[in-house]
Design a protein around this ligand. Structure first.
Ligand code: SF4
Length: 498
């Protein structure tokens, strides 16, 4: 006996679209969250004239769901709206063309910042944020560009010359063909630009634009395919054209409360902007900030103290010193004598003041040197130079105080918490959702992709929180949206970086 199998069966009662996906499916939660956010800013960009457009809610939902399940190309999303029940449900059985999907993504770049901010507020109103503890970190994500296309000025010039030669050759051949055809058919043959010439001209324009940018920004190298991307070193040691995705994650439920994408490899300049992003979205600054050594600088520590934020950020040598893996005697082994303004080295030899180094926008750096290293039995552990010198920054007490804080039990626990908070967020993005490379080129478009990933991350967290608490989604979201309005934040002005 078999169950009845009839692909041509007709339904007596009309099917409800919602039956396509189970009630607790992530697509349902994504649907409800996006239904709840305010999309009037996107809607207002549509004209009343012309044929009706696909509803922006539909477009947003299928794009975000695509990002959630690692289907990001507009062609694949279009295909899924024909074959995948979750996409069919989100699109209400409509099938926008891939060009329409692509155009929507490109023309509403700025709106995704607004959507991201609103979803964060929903999380906040659902009680998913803690008492202002944020972990800040960055991750390198490969740009949609090959490393071979990163070139210096000489390589660009060589390629420009090569293409010029190829273009001239094509033109000469075309002229010959034209003359032959003119002889055969008279001069009425319409002149057509050879296809390969169009391609060469396009490539030439790209390289010339890259060269101009390289000169303007005084860069050593530039990527021809995506000239906003910069060569960055990834955790596996490889160097690729990339962007640096920055997030601030609330420690309670791993909700991303601020996000940005920058083209600077180093994280050190991102502390202030991230604090500003958190303030713009939540309306308050974090009370505690946890970050790795990439964010340590005297400027950052001073800024956080001024802002009244309790920071836990090790300096670069903190871990090395803690593990006792330093190659040379660490600075902490040299004792400073304030009265005599000199250091005493580990061998007890006095190191008098030698010179001052002036630095733009920073306090002067003072240097102290030993003159007896060549006679010292500890030299092999101290320096490979003729004599050891140590520098003194007048803000060194900030580093010393931070180290003291990090060595306390509370400091150790908090710093560990950073690891459990922010690192899994990148793991989920890259491992679970396969977001290891951008699809779109240029910083502005890449930033939209990164923010989309952050939105779907937070929607995933909302789904997890609902499952854990057994809360009613609609009721909770209603409260969330009241909260969005109550915060009084003008979402249009939520800053997410340029
Ligand atoms: S090498 Fe020089 S600075 Fe180092 S311990 Fe010996 S004397 Fe002191």
């Amino acid at each position: 006996m078999f169950k009845k199998y009839d692909q041509k069966q007709q339904f007596l009662l009309p099917l409800r679209l919602e039956r396509f996906v189970p009630e607790n499916h992530i697509a349902r939660i994504l649907n409800d969250v996006i239904e709840a956010v305010d999309t009037t800013a996107i809607e207002s960009t549509y004209s009343e004239d012309g044929s009706p457009a696909y509803h922006p809610l539909l477009m947003l939902k299928i794009l975000l769901y695509g990002y959630m399940i690692n289907i990001r190309s507009s062609r694949n999303i279009q295909k899924m709206t024909c074959t995948d029940t979750a996409f069919m449900y989100l699109a209400a059985m409509q099938q926008p063309d891939f060009r329409t999907i692509c155009r929507f993504r490109a023309s509403h770049l700025d709106s995704i910042k607004d959507i991201f901010a609103q979803v964060v507020i929903v999380c906040k109103e659902m009680g998913m944020l803690g008492a202002g503890k944020a972990s800040i970190d960055g991750t390198k994500i490969k740009a949609n560009a090959s490393v071979r296309q990163s070139k210096d000025a000489d390589a660009l010039d060589k390629e420009i010359n090569k293409i010029h030669k190829e273009i001239n050759k094509i033109l000469e051949e075309s002229i010959e063909i034209d003359e032959e055809e003119d002889e055969k058919y008279g001069d009425s043959t319409p002149y057509q630009i050879p296809e390969e010439l169009v391609d060469k001209n396009k490539r030439l324009a790209m390289i010339q634009a890259a060269k101009k940018k390289l000169e303007e920004q005084q860069l050593n190298k530039i990527n021809v395919t995506d000239n906003d991307a910069k060569i960055m070193k990834h955790k596996d040691g490889t160097k690729k054209p990339s962007y640096n995705g920055q997030v601030a994650v609330d420690n309670k439920e791993q909700v991303i409360v601020a996000a940005d994408l920058v083209d600077e490899e180093n994280d050190v300049h991102q502390m202030d902007p991230m604090i500003q992003h958190i303030q713009a979205i939540l309306g308050y600054k974090p009370t505690i900030v946890l970050a790795d050594a990439g964010y340590f600088s005297y400027d950052n520590i001073e800024l956080l103290i001024q802002e009244g934020i309790d920071a836990y950020i090790p300096d670069n040598l903190f871990e090395v010193e803690k593990r006792g893996k330093a190659k040379w005697f660490m600075k902490s082994l040299f004792r400073y004598d304030e009265e005599k303004d000199c250091y005493y080295c580990p061998a007890g030899i006095v190191m008098p003041f030698e010179r001052i180094q002036k630095r733009p926008d920073k306090p002067d750096l003072k240097f102290y040197g030993c003159k007896f290293c060549s006679q010292c039995v500890l030299k092999n552990a101290c320096t490979k130079s003729e004599n050891r010198t140590v520098s003194k920054d007048p803000r060194e007490h900030l580093l010393v105080n931070m180290r003291v804080k990090l060595k306390t039990k509370e400091g150790k626990d908090l710093y560990k918490e950073r690891m459990y908070t922010v690192e899994p967020v990148f793991g989920q993005m890259k491992q679970n959702r396969g977001f290891r490379e951008f699809l779109l080129r240029g910083k502005k478009k890449a930033k939209v992709e990164f923010l989309m990933m952050c939105v779907v991350h937070n929607i995933g967290k909302i789904a997890g929180a609902l499952k854990k608490s057994g809360m009613n989604l609609n009721e909770t979201l209603e409260n969330g949206i009241q909260g969005v309005n109550q915060t009084g934040i003008d979402m249009k002005n939520v800053a997410m970086g340029a």
